[in-house]
Design a protein around this ligand. Structure first.
Ligand SMILES: *Cc1c(COP(=O)(O)O)cnc(C)c1O
Length: 476
């Protein structure tokens, strides 16, 4: 081993490294390459200072340039990118929920690239209203008198509560004070909307008389919340909207129903579990219904509010509406998606969410059996791969207690091979990261949503288990 000064001398100068970087400069620009060279050399210097032996081996110019190339490429890669969602959760909030139908993708990209009549009345030649593009469709599909759209359903609920019940009381059943992932807790939203929450009933049972007894001079609203991500089973009772409406009418109060998922077609038509539809709520006299654009509806993130014209008009005048509004891209996508609902017959071919939900089990099973061997050979020494039955779920608080029988690949590390977490990490570091779920000692890839099979297979040879796994990118 030489003395420290000679070791330091082994590190090339910035200029010598830069001289070898012409291709990188052409690709990434001189400024970024120079900054990367400096920080790379500084890191080497400090590792040599600490006496790290292998730092010397890494000080060769060729090695340095190769590392710079990798570093610049990974820094330059897009952060938001496509992944394979094989988690079995069809509407996965962390993976962006619903995939848009082609028609919506097209409408969105046209709107992105052009000036549009977003808030412009083409007939009158003056300022218009951005809700105009969706209103007619929503009214036709839901039977509501009027509608409006905001950023997401959390915003829809906040806006409706703030408009109708600020500084007043809102009656909600104790069994419906839900928390949905990511800090959306109904009592918290109430507080932020400036309303006083009046809880009625008990966790498992609420009766009509509980609502009746809670109504007082400060009551502004009766609210129903669809228990999206859990189900009450056993000794339980709740009051349905159709039973609440007559009581509310009698006392001159509006009823707000936060549906969450909010289907626009009866899913039983395709032998799927029942999910209350927006039109059924409107038909039984509910005054306002709030629902998400990117859950069962199958569109972009949005919060839709449909209901009585006079209440919607008040909501639209609330200054918060301006802060919560959506942009032209999502209005374009929503319009194109809602249009598809005019022809429910063909929805399964056009809406990815529905297509996944009704995909035949035999089809998924055949795919799992077809892929098992290929995936097994890609993982030869590390893991065993087996086709097996599993269950998918709609996710994002849609159809909480219903599972869809599915088929997937169960990948189990062999003894002495990298741990399960490394196998999962290796799948996540593929060019199109593959996201599965860990279940019973295996990485399970639910194939219900695997459509681009070729792309999935093509990247399997790049699975560097044990090597790249540790440097695998952070899970999304
Ligand atoms: C999902 C959900 C929300 C929140 O909707 P986002 O569109 O995610 O903001 C609110 N209420 C209920 C009942 C839900 O299921």
């Amino acid at each position: 081993m030489g003395s420290a000064p000679t070791l330091q001398a082994a590190i090339p100068s910035v200029d010598r490294v830069l001289a070898q970087c012409a291709p990188l400069i052409a690709l990434h620009g001189r400024e970024r390459v120079l900054a990367a060279v400096r920080s790379e050399l500084a890191a080497l210097r400090s590792r040599l200072g600490e006496g790290s032996g292998d730092a010397l081996a890494e000080a060769g110019i060729e090695r340095i340039v190769a590392r710079l190339g990798e570093r610049l490429e990974s820094e330059g890669a897009a952060s938001l990118k496509p992944v394979f969602n094989l988690t079995g959760t069809l509407l996965h909030t962390n993976l962006g929920r619903a995939l848009l139908p082609e028609e919506a993708v097209l409408a969105l990209s046209v709107a992105a690239a052009h000036a549009v009549n977003l808030e412009f009345d083409l007939d009158a030649g003056r300022r218009g209203d951005r809700d105009q593009h969706l209103e007619r469709l929503l009214e036709e599909l839901t039977g509501a008198g009027r509608s409006t759209v905001v950023n997401n359903n959390a915003a829809a609920v906040l806006l409706a509560l703030n408009t109708l019940a600020q500084k007043r009381e809102v009656i909600v059943s104790r069994g419906e004070l839900i928390e949905i992932g990511g800090e959306f807790r109904m009592p918290e939203i109430m507080k932020r909307a400036g309303c006083k929450l009046v809880e009625v009933g008990t966790t498992n049972r609420t009766h009509l008389r509980d609502y009746a007894e809670a109504i007082g001079p400060r009551t502004a609203l009766i609210m129903k919340v669809h228990p999206s991500n859990y189900a009450l089973v056993g000794f339980c009772e709740s009051v349905e909207e159709r039973a609440l409406v007559p009581l509310a009418r009698e006392r001159g109060l509006p009823v707000l129903s936060d549906l969450g998922a909010g289907a626009l077609v009866d899913l039983r038509r395709w032998d799927l579990p029942y999910e209350p539809t927006v039109q059924s709520m409107i038909a039984c006299g509910v005054d306002l219904v709030t629902f998400s654009g990117d859950k069962l509806l199958g569109g972009p993130q949005a919060g839709l509010i449909a209901g009585k014209a006079e209440l919607i008009a008040r909501i639209k005048r609330n200054p918060l509406k301006r802060a919560l509004r959506i942009d032209k891209l999502r209005i374009a996508a929503l319009e194109a998606m809602l249009r598809l609902y005019r022809d429910p017959e063909r929805l399964p071919q056009r809406l990815p969410v529905l297509r996944y939900m009704i995909r035949a089990l035999s089809d998924i099973e055949a795919q799992a059996k077809r892929l098992a061997d290929t995936v097994q050979s890609a993982l030869a020494e590390w893991a065993t791969v087996e086709a097996l039955a599993c269950e998918s779920e709609a996710g994002s608080g849609s159809m909480p207690s219903d599972r869809l029988p599915s088929f997937g690949l169960a990948i189990k590390p062999r003894r002495r091979s990298p741990a399960l977490q490394s196998v999962a990490a290796a799948f996540r570091s593929l060019p199109v990261p593959v996201i599965g779920r860990i279940h019973a000692g295996a990485l399970v890839l639910d194939l219900r949503t695997l459509e681009d099979e070729q792309r999935f297979l093509d990247q399997l040879p790049m699975l560097g288990i044990g090597q790249k796994a540790t440097s695998g990118r952070k899970a999304p």
